[in-house]
Design a protein around this ligand. Structure first.
Ligand code: ADP
Ligand code: ZN
Ligand code: ZN
Length: 746
């Protein structure tokens, strides 16, 4: 068949790494079915390849063309709205469309294409029979015995894939057991809901206070008119932002509109979900990265088929195939976890939310107690509608915040101490009263460095440019970037002097130990990456704390955000200085947000709260403003300096990152790029010199970056695309474009 034999052509983006579209003819029988965004199989050099329809058109530039072989499913995998988003992202984030699609579609969905029937395994004999058979084959067929062990613990049945995951086996042993009549394998269609078994209480809408009512009124104006508008809901922690979200969602439901609600991964706890579920039982789908493949698959289809009108999820939930979106909420919009920084496309889900709102005529709510400078600037300049909630909602008072100068404390105690006296008194008092304390420290492990006293060398990771952290529990030095571990060396690896190795720096593990040493009968729960390795442990620890099983919760970032425990009346920030010392344009903003967020965990119930901030930089302006909880003053000062130094929101900032195993080649390539960028951009644009990244080596790869700054992103992207097309690069070196980068340092 010649190209002219078709009435309709499709430009197709292939999944294999081809950075352009290819044209195919649409066979007659498919003409009525094809739509942009559909997954198709097409021939390429004689082999079938999977791709997505980019565009449909009536002419074709190449003849002869080959026909589309098949549509992978009659369902569209990507709604036209999301596909449009993808196209926008490919341009804005300077990333090939097939890579963008990979970020948008969960791999289970990409691979399966259609609603796959699941295989489930059930017991075919009584538990007793299976148990005795299991014992009899344990030595001869250990894998089969392990399968039976697992099958004896499940309630009724289990998905085959999950059984394989638990046991860590192929299908062989399971098939054998089925063939011999002990198990049966059947096809079922099950909905594996991540919400199952969660308990909840039904709640009713609360009567809003005047500030909340005003905010809701603003939101409903655009929601009911189905007009795109972005609202910045700026309310102190505990001011009742969530209640405003809930009532806006309720209205969206009445209008038969869907809602997407983004929350930071870290605050996507059962506690959060429960607040929504208790209002909208049965209408919620949850998306986050801890879901099993099966759960994700089912939630995705539930959303697509309109069985769940409210989607709550982390970053990538913004791409969910929810039809008829009317409301998009981004809670804690300032959170850096909305930004993907390690991999292309380096998108910010908050910005995508606004873009999706624009494309779907939705109302967008960005909520925060400490809005990003960018969003607040947009509100001040009229791009967003600002609604303020000045007071805590349930008559709770703002906590009393105090800064303690640790230099005095060290002098008083004649040496280093983890806790100031006031904090210790406070913890003791809370323990007596049955109230609770949260202690925040953004370092995990026991000691953060092992240093040589005679030559000053710290023990570093063999694969990364970072010092190793000592973990007492495992008695090992561990790298927090790559997981490398080693035992403590007997003598200094550099100067070889023995017995001079000295531990320095404090992590959460040590804080826990030293608090036990001071108060032997205190009950502590520690929440960090080390104590939450296993699935469900994070939730379990929080539940225990919430039900009063501990006096003190010690933790990293995980305790700083989103938690709501009314019995917590004291929060201690153990050390806020490290982040402030980082040479990054956002350092102050980050510290201000962190202190405010963690302080907001105190006094959320009827009891007044207190916050103690330990710092060696107590004169620091950011720490003082954070203690006064004066965001407006902080904004006014910070925005002046951003303007002065030409940083966002006044200028756009793009970071180009280079990484490779050969240091010299990587650096050379980066320098070559910087020259070409300088040549390609007009004078308004500034290209910074190439520097080693904050982590100069990670997993044996050397890292460099350069920054480009200027009034708009598109000319920068234009040049980036041109350079990557023309400049050959060694295969091993990776180049990443981080548009609107959050960090100038890492
Ligand atoms: P935020 O999301 O701003 O941190 P929350 O929505 O968690 O604040 O509200 C804090 C507390 O105040 C919650 O216990 C909530 O139930 C309560 N609350 C919110 N709005 C009201 C209201 N209008 N009347 C009474 N209590 C309220
Ligand atoms: Zn030494
Ligand atoms: Zn490492």
């Amino acid at each position: 068949m010649k190209g002219t034999d078709y009435e309709l052509f499709a430009s197709v983006i292939l999944e294999v790494n081809i950075n352009k579209t290819l044209d195919y003819g649409v066979p007659k029988e498919l003409v009525d079915q094809v739509k942009p965004g559909m997954k198709v199989t097409v021939p390429l050099r004689g082999r079938p390849q999977v791709g997505f329809i980019h565009e449909l058109k009536s002419t074709c530039d190449y003849v002869p063309v080959q026909p589309i072989k098949s549509l992978s499913s009659s369902d569209k995998l990507i709604t036209e709205e999301v596909f449009e988003l993808a196209l926008w992202m490919a341009r804005y984030y300077c990333t090939p469309l097939n890579k963008v699609l990979k970020a948008i579609l969960p791999s289970t969905i990409r691979k399966d294409g259609q609603h796959k029937q699941q295989l489930s395994v059930t017991r075919n004999k009584t538990r007793e029979d299976l148990a005795s058979y299991c014992v009899s084959i344990r030595n001869r067929y250990p894998k089969q015995a392990e399968v039976l062990d697992a099958m004896l613990t499940v309630k009724k049945g289990i998905l085959l894939t999950e059984l394989q995951e638990i046991v860590g086996c192929q299908r062989g042993p399971i098939n054998t057991l089925a063939k011999n009549g002990y198990l049966s394998i059947d096809t079922v269609r099950v909905d594996r809901s991540p919400l199952e078994n969660a308990e909840y209480f039904k709640t009713k809408p609360k009567t809003l206070n005047p500030d909340q009512a005003k905010a809701l009124h603003n939101i409903l104006q655009s929601l009911e008119a189905q007009r795109f508008e972005t609202h910045l809901l700026y309310g102190v922690t505990g001011s009742g932002k969530t209640e405003v979200y809930l009532q806006a969602i309720d209205r969206a439901l009445q209008l038969n509109k869907g809602t997407i609600m983004l929350v930071p991964e870290i605050s996507l706890t059962p506690q959060t979900v429960e607040r929504f579920r208790s209002r909208f039982e049965g209408q919620i789908a949850i998306l986050h990265h801890r879901l099993s493949q099966g759960e994700r698959f089912d939630e995705w289809h539930k959303i697509k088929e309109g069985r769940a009108k409210i989607v709550i999820g982390a970053r990538s939930a913004i791409f969910c195939p929810l039809p008829d979106v009317g409301l998009i909420i981004v809670d804690e919009e300032h959170e850096s976890s909305y930004k993907q920084s390690e991999e292309a496309p380096c998108y910010n889900a908050r910005d995508i939310a606004v873009m999706r709102g624009l494309k779907s005529n939705s109302s967008v709510i960005l909520g925060s107690a400490t809005p990003s400078l960018e969003s607040f600037y947009n509100a001040k300049t009229g791009k967003y509608t600002l609604s303020k909630l000045d007071n805590r909602a349930n008559n709770a008072y703002k906590p009393k915040v105090k800064i303690v100068d640790m230099k005095h404390e060290y002098a008083k105690s004649k040496g280093f101490t983890n806790f100031c006296e006031e904090l210790l008194d406070g913890i003791k008092k809370r323990q007596k009263l049955g109230e609770q304390t949260i202690l925040f420290l953004n370092r995990r492990g026991y000691h953060t460095v092992l240093m040589c006293k005679s030559c000053g060398e710290a023990i570093r990771c063999e694969h990364c440019d970072v010092s190793l952290t000592y973990h007492k529990m495992t008695s090992l030095l561990a790298c927090h970037l790559c997981g490398f571990t080693r035992p403590k060396p007997a003598f200094c690896p550099k100067c070889k002097s023995p017995e001079t190795m000295q531990f320095k720096g404090v992590g959460t593990e040590q804080v826990e130990k030293s608090l036990y040493a001071i108060f032997p009968d205190i009950r502590i729960i520690r929440l960090d990456a080390d104590t939450t390795r296993h699935k469900g442990s994070h939730q379990k620890l929080l539940r225990e704390f919430g039900t009063g099983k501990a006096d003190v919760l010690i933790g990293t970032q995980m305790v700083a955000k989103g938690l709501h425990f009314p019995q917590v009346t004291l929060v201690g920030v153990l050390n806020s200085d490290a982040t402030l010392n980082m040479p990054d344009f956002r350092a102050s903003e980050t510290v201000f947000q962190l202190i405010t967020q963690v302080s907001g965990r105190s006094g959320r119930g009827s009891l007044p709260g207190e916050v103690i901030i330990q710092s060696c930089m107590s004169e620091n302006r950011t720490i003082q403003l954070a203690a006064e909880q004066d965001y407006d003053a902080f904004y006014e000062e910070e925005v002046v300096s951003r303007d002065y130094f030409n940083y966002p929101p006044f200028q756009k900032l793009v970071k180009v990152c280079f990484s490779g195993t050969n240091q010299e080649l990587t650096h050379k390539l980066a320098v070559r790029w910087s020259q070409l960028l300088v040549n390609g951009l007009s004078k308004e644009y500034e290209v910074y010199p190439v520097v080693a990244s904050g982590y100069a080596k990670v997993k044996d790869r050397f890292r460099y970056h350069l920054l480009v700054r200027g009034p708009s992103v598109s000319p920068i992207n234009h040049v980036l695309t041109k350079v990557s097309e023309h400049l050959k690069k060694p295969k091993d070196i990776k180049v990443l474009f981080d548009i609107d980068t959050l960090s100038t340092y890492f």
